[in-house]
Every structure is written in structure tokens, then in C-alpha cells.
Design a binder for this molecule. Structure first.
Ligand code: PLP
Length: 395
């Protein structure tokens, strides 16, 4: 007997697992090189050399009981200070180690901050399309996710609807920039307007509304596009960062929260986040990986590989007549389904061994997500098959 709340969660998860298994099944049947699996956001670009060197250096030269031991729940102080200084250099902020809580990736960080902030029945707002796990992270703590409908013109948030949906129960707003699944970067103009609305509503209701910046894709931005650092625009901002994509370390589970001093009741929020990390069962972020990322604060995955893929898939599909959102960041392409029900499009593509994710799971039916963190050859070789699908769909 499992908990009632888990029954539907298991059912939903099995859809994703089914897609994963479908990829494996097709690979066995036709050979991996003949399957074009664009379903998973699992980085294909290796971690930078600095990561390997750091691991070796640390295990060879630091004391075992130190590198594998417990530390304070918020993480090693020197690691947090190194990260704070790196942020200050890059964004002109003024953080120190007390503003950083090391987390078990972005997922761990978001669960930690929702545990810290949410009372049952309170609302968290987000903008569709959005990372589907938000729904679970919020409901884990009895919160309710309130979704602002998608603006399918340019996929910047719909600010009128946002303002109208803020209530006295709104505790937080979560934004993901660059965005999964669209690849769009919310502009500085958007962020300034969003901050002004939130300031106004805080005053109107006499509440604190926290802005949570979910930023695992911050470093994956192309053509020199500016990704605004949100703490500069709104005092009650908390940043959730992860090295899963920026250093290609998703299985290592390492990231951090930034809780600036400007946040209302900052000291309480910081202490509560450290306690939340512990009692959620994380205890602390993985110790070896904390020490590794501190040595790699200036390292970067090979962004050119993603950029080359981005151009190839965007240009390839656009030429075939598919309507695609021009991606400026992350490693996703968001494509309008040529037929109203995007699952029909996904099924048609699957017959050509192409796997894509229907965007209903991101709160945006009628679109599909293509994760282009695959080999360049996969993209090039998939294009003739996409051409067949385009023909069948009447493009
Ligand atoms: N937030 C977004 C928008 C993501 O796309 C992901 C992972 O794909 C996460 C959070 C979770 O990242 P992590 O692996 O660091 O927990």
C-alpha cells in the first residue's frame, strides 16, 4: 500500500519512464545511431577538464576524513565564500559565505526553499511553459502552484495575467531563466516590470512575496544574450543554482541557494534553509563535489558544441516549415505542433524513430520540446526523417 498522494505521482512518472524505455527499445531494434532521442535534458557535452583535475587533486592531496566528512548543513565555509566572491566578480553583488547554502542540485535547492517558505495552502506562481516538477516541489509542502498561461507570441511572461492572479496567499514566484522548455531568455525589461508588480502587490497586501530564480541554465546562453541577475532588481529574490548543466554534472547532485541580506528576515531564512536541508534528509550537499566546484568556479562546458547543435536543429526544422521558437539559452528547442494535438505529432515522429516530449507536461499544449543535448550527427541524421514527418503533417 502506498500513500494516496503517491498514486497519481507514480502514474505520471511512468509516462516519462515509458519514453525512456521506448528510446532503449528502439535503439535495440534499429541500432542507437538510427534513433533520434530528443527527450531527455541529459548533457552530452563532457564535464570540463578542470573537473577531472580537481577530483584527482582533492582525493590525492586532501585528508579523507575531511573531504568525505560531515560539515555544517549549509556546506563548507570556504567553498561558499569562493562561490560568493565569484558571483560578486561577475554580477557586481556583495555576497559572502553566509548568503550561500550548498544544495543537492537545483531540485534539492528548490525543495529546501519551499520547505523554508511555504505554509500549507499558500500559493507559488509560475509562467507556462514551465518545468513540470515545480508542481511536485510545491505540493510536497502543501502549497498550490498557480500558473500564468503561456504567451505564445514571444514566450516572455504575460504580466497582466500575472498581476491579476497575485493574491494575499501568494508566497513566491518562481522563474526559470534561460527557460526549460522554450530556450527563451526573459529580458531585463520583463524582469523590471515583474519586480515593479511584485513590489506593488507586497505593499498592497502587506505580505512578503519571494522571487525564486531557478537558474540551472544561466551559463548556457548564446549570441552574447544578457541573462539578468535577479537579486539586482528585487530585494526579496532567492537564487537557486545548479552545476548539473553548467559543468555537466547532473548525477553528482550539486548546486546552491543564494539568500541575499536584502531578503526580508534574511537571517531567519538562511537558518531555516540550513535546517530544511538537514531535515529533508539531504543533511548537506555532497562533500567531495562541494570541494570540486569551488576549484571550478571559472570553468565552463564547451558551449560551442551546444551552439552548433542549436543552429543546426533550428535552421533545419525551420527550413522544413516547422514553426520554432528561436532559442537563446539552455539546450531546448520549442516547436509548434503542425496539428492541434501535439501527441499526434509525437506519435507520427516516433514512427520515424524521433522522440520528443509533448509540451502539455510543461503546461503548454500544442507544442513539443526537443532537447538538443545530443551528438551533432544525431541532429544532422535526423533531418531527413523530420522531412518525412513534415510531409505527412502537410507542411
Ligand atoms: N529546474 C529546471 C528548469 C530544470 O530543467 C532542472 C533539470 O532539468 C532542474 C531544475 C533540476 O536540476 P538539478 O539536476 O540540478 O536538480
Amino acid at each position: 500500500m502506498i500513500a494516496d498522494s503517491m498514486v497519481s505521482l507514480v502514474k505520471n512518472s511512468s509516462v516519462i519512464r515509458a519514453m525512456f524505455e521506448e528510446g532503449n527499445r528502439l535503439a535495440k531494434l534499429y541500432g542507437a545511431e538510427n534513433v533520434y532521442d530528443f527527450s531527455l535534458g541529459n548533457p552530452n557535452v563532457p564535464a570540463p577538464a578542470e573537473v577531472n583535475e580537481a577530483v584527482k587533486d582533492i582525493v590525492d592531496n586532501e585528508e579523507s576524513t575531511f573531504i568525505h566528512g560531515y560539515m555544517s548543513n549549509a556546506g563548507y565555509e570556504d567553498v561558499r565564500q569562493t562561490i560568493a566572491e565569484s558571483l560578486n566578480r561577475r554580477f557586481g553583488t556583495h555576497f559572502n559565505h553566509t548568503n550561500i547554502v550548498m544544495t543537492v542540485g537545483a531540485a534539492g535547492g528548490l525543495n529546501t526553499i519551499f520547505k523554508t517558505l511555504l505554509n500549507p495552502g499558500e500559493e507559488v506562481m509560475t509562467f507556462a511553459p514551465f518545468f513540470g516538477e515545480y508542481r511536485n516541489y510545491v505540493s510536497n509542502f502543501g502549497g498550490k502552484l498557480v500558473v500564468v498561461s503561456p504567451n505564445t507570441v514571444d514566450f516572455q511572461p504575460k504580466l497582466d495575467e500575472f498581476e491579476a492572479k497575485i493574491t494575499p496567499k501568494t508566497r513566491a514566484v518562481i522563474v526559470n531563466n534561460p527557460n526549460n522548455p522554450t530556450g527563451v531568455v526573459y529580458s531585463e525589461d520583463t524582469i523590471k516590470k515583474m519586480a515593479a508588480i511584485m513590489d506593488k502587490k507586497q505593499k498592497e497586501y502587506g505580505t512578503e512575496i519571494y522571487l525564486i530564480a531557478d537558474e540551472p541554465y544561466r551559463e548556457l546562453a548564446y549570441d552574447g544574450v544578457d541573462v539578468p541577475y535577479l537579486t539586482k532588481y528585487y530585494d526579496n529574490t532567492i537564487v537557486g543554482y545548479s552545476y548539473s548543466k553548467s559543468l555537466s554534472l547532473p548525477g553528482e547532485r550539486i548546486g546552491y541557494l543564494v539568500i541575499p541580506d536584502e531578503v526580508t528576515d534574511s537571517e531567519d531564512v538562511k537558518s531555516a534553509a540550513s535546517v530544511a536541508t538537514r531535515i529533508l534528509g539531504f543533511v548537506n550537499a555532497p562533500s567531495l563535489m562541494q570541494r570540486v566546484v569551488a576549484k571550478c568556479v571559472d570553468a565552463q562546458v564547451n558551449l560551442e558544441a551546444y551552439d552548433k547543435n542549436r543552429k543546426a536543429i533550428y535552421e533545419g526544422l525551420t527550413k522544413l516549415g516547422f514553426e520554432c521558437v528561436k532559442p537563446e539559452g539552455a539546450f531546448y528547442l520549442f516547436v509548434k505542433s503542425p496539428v492541434e494535438d501535439e501527441t499526434v505529432f509525437c506519435e507520427a515522429a516516433k514512427k520515424h524513430n524521433i522522440l520528443m516530449v509533448p509540451a502539455s507536461s510543461f503546461g503548454c499544449p500544442g507544442y513539443v520540446r526537443i532537447a538538443y543535448c545530443v551528438s551533432y550527427d544525431t541532429i544532422v541524421n535526423s533531418l531527413p526523417h523530420f522531412a518525412e514527418v513534415a510531409k505527412e503533417m502537410g507542411l
